[in-house]
Ligand binder design. Structure first.
Ligand SMILES: *Cc1c(COP(=O)(O)O)cnc(C)c1O
Length: 457
């Protein structure tokens, strides 16, 4: 039937060759290519026909389609938060997709559930959470955030959301607001807390807001700190936030989606201290663990909180054959039912390459960012704030308005040898150089720095 047998083996081989060529050409692939979206619809958006088509033709089309836009897998991608995509993860994924196990209820695929649970427990130990901690692998940080808000809501507010209040800095990722909105919280439930230096949450201001709200009969229940802001890679004072949350009885979440895995390094361990006191941590292996897009994680100090928020007393008569045992039933801990197995895509690369490889790559990114900062800070035409805590360097023209900075960024990206993105800091258009691909090394950063310098007005 469809896809099995000799034809499948041939397809695997053909796809394998294309993948090999793609990886070989990645080193010198343009950082960005532009295309007319209407054309692309015609080329790649055609509906399937009644008759089979040759595999070669389809593989050509797939790689041609992938060849448009930003080369996010390449070493020259410094925009947003780069994710290189360690390719051995794709082999884990191939296995997961082929065996197609149902890992939502442990009964049906206990081995793979144990494998995934082992990863989650290992992650919890990396972040210093106690033995009873748990969690699950998600599609990304946003999904982790939603389950976190639901768990905190259930624990602290039950069904009375109206007066609930959430505290986060003006630098927190927008996925927290999005999660809160989906979880039923009106906009007024969010108290944005100012940052002291435009970057880091001000715990004193947060304390004031909490006390003030409580005095008004509101119910402060969730405090969010960020371990590596998306804007500038800044780490909030996590220990002080943990104290504050403990003092006022709030759920303390640390968003480690960008910066979390730097915890594996000595410097990162130091910079992220306090994260071990979180009630929950959101992570993105598809960012600081270099894995392909689509893998996040949520760790929760007390796994029961996830069950309380997502479990159904009556999960449906069609589920009656399935017992609840010692392995986790992910369906009762997340918004999903039928879900892909996400364990092998982490398990294979982590075991195959070993943790030291990942740690060394993360250390390299910290070194590269420090180097980029040093070079850019020496450029008189640039305003460059303090050295990076993680792997993001922000800078802008000293003399020049938002339009001048935007044009500066466009000149850099027009080189097609480096792709950067921008944000707003201190209310001003600011360029970001984020170094987080496992494929980015000193030579790529040096070339990018040269491009930045020659793009100065
Ligand atoms: C990317 C990011 C998120 C959202 O994660 P997704 O995986 O993109 O859904 C949340 N927080 C921070 C700090 C991020 O950088």
């Amino acid at each position: 039937m469809h896809g099995d047998g000799d034809r499948f083996e041939q397809l695997l081989q053909q796809a394998g060759e294309r993948v090999r060529t793609f990886l070989k050409e990645l080193e010198n692939a343009p950082a960005m290519t532009t295309a007319d979206p209407e054309n692309l619809r015609e080329l790649f958006g055609t509906p399937p026909g009644e008759q089979p088509r040759p595999a070669q033709e389809l593989l050509d089309l797939a790689f041609e389609a992938a060849g448009t836009g930003v080369e996010t897998a390449g070493p020259r991608f410094f925009g947003y938060i780069p994710g290189g995509g360690v390719p051995t993860s794709a082999v884990g994924e191939l296995i997961a997709r082929t065996v197609n196990r149902y890992t939502d209820m442990a009964d049906l695929a206990p081995g793979l559930v144990a494998l995934e649970d082992g990863l989650v427990r290992w992650l919890a130990s990396v972040f210093g959470l106690p033995a009873g901690a748990g969690g699950l692998l998600t599609t990304g940080g946003s999904q982790a955030m939603l389950s976190m808000v639901l768990a905190a809501r259930e624990r602290h507010l039950g069904e009375e959301l109206g007066h609930g209040r959430i505290y986060l800095s003006d630098q927190a990722h927008h996925s927290v607001r999005k999660a809160a909105r989906i979880a039923g919280f009106p906009a007024r439930s969010i108290r944005p807390i100012p940052t002291v230096d435009g970057r880091r949450i001000d715990p004193a201001a947060a304390a004031e807001a909490i006390v003030e709200d409580r005095a008004q009969g509101l119910r402060p229940f969730l405090l969010v700190g960020t371990a590596g802001t998306t804007n500038a890679g800044v780490v909030d004072p996590l220990g002080e936030l943990a104290d504050l949350a403990a003092m006022h009885g709030l759920w303390f979440h640390v968003d480690g989606c960008y910066g979390g895995f730097f915890r594996l390094t000595t410097r990162g361990h130091h910079r992220l201290r306090g994260i071990e006191r979180a009630d929950s941590v959101s992570l993105d292996p598809h960012k600081s663990l270099f894995l392909p897009y689509g893998t996040g994680a949520l760790l929760v100090r007390d796994q029961a909180a996830l069950h309380a928020a997502h479990g159904e007393d009556d999960p449906g008569d069609y589920m009656q054959d399935l017992a609840t045992g010692t392995l986790p039933d992910y369906a009762a801990m997340s918004t999903e039912l039928t879900r892909e197995h996400r364990g092998l895509r982490l398990w294979l690369p982590l075991h195959l390459h070993g943790l030291d490889t990942f740690r060394a790559a993360l250390d390299e990114k910290l070194d590269l960012a420090a180097h980029a900062h040093e070079v850019l800070a020496a450029e008189p035409a640039l305003y460059v704030p303090e050295p990076p805590e993680l792997s993001t360097v922000v800078f802008r023209l000293r003399a020049g308005d938002d339009a001048a900075n935007r044009a500066f960024l466009e000149r850099i990206n027009a080189s097609q040898r480096a792709f950067l993105s921008s944000t707003r800091l201190d209310g001003t258009f600011t360029l970001r150089l984020c170094i987080l691909s496992h494929r980015t090394h000193r030579e790529h950063v040096d070339e990018a720095l040269e491009i930045i310098r020659s793009a100065l007005p």
